[in-house]
Design a binder for this molecule. Structure first.
Ligand code: ZN
Length: 152
């Protein structure tokens, strides 16, 4: 098991728990949990991105969790229709950085939310850069304007 060293990293680590709810202290860090559910957006591309992030973290000697659960904020409860926890695709515990792997099906409002909260969205599949806000989004149409800018 990886060493949990500083007080700062401990408090970051305590924020998350692996899927199923067991305590982080009792599980092996740096394990990749995958899902296979196209319906829920867990495509092969989506799941392979977890591996890529894990590979990079491992190379840097950093600790990570995939499918990390943490308490959802009020905004997240509403936006993602979750009751208690928000599942984060990938958390680099050493960097204290959350990553969300974004598929085509995910709406632009969610992508904008991630950016606003300092969560890094990684879009798999085709993307486009919005002509108005200049941010990258999953490609849905040919208009070149994201849903957030379109609705303003
Ligand atoms: Zn935009």
């Amino acid at each position: 098991m990886a060493q949990l060293k500083t007080k700062e990293s401990l408090s970051c680590y305590r924020k998350y728990h692996p899927p199923g709810g067991s305590n982080i202290q009792t599980i092996k860090l740096n394990a990749i949990f995958i899902q296979n559910s196209l319906k829920k957006g867990y495509t092969k591309e989506h799941e392979q991105m977890k591996f890529d992030l894990a590979w990079e973290a491992k190379g840097n000697g950093e600790n990570f969790l995939t499918e990390a659960a943490r308490s959802a904020t009020d905004e997240e409860r509403e936006l993602f229709k979750v009751k208690k926890d928000k599942i984060v695709d990938f958390v680099n515990l050493s960097q204290q950085q959350e990553y969300e792997i974004v598929n085509k099906h995910e709406n632009h409002k969610e992508v904008a939310y991630y950016r606003r909260r300092g969560i890094v969205p990684i879009i798999v599949g085709e993307t486009f850069v919005c002509k108005v806000c200049n941010y990258k989004f999953p490609k849905k149409n040919k208009k070149g304007v994201c849903d957030n800018c379109k609705n303003e």
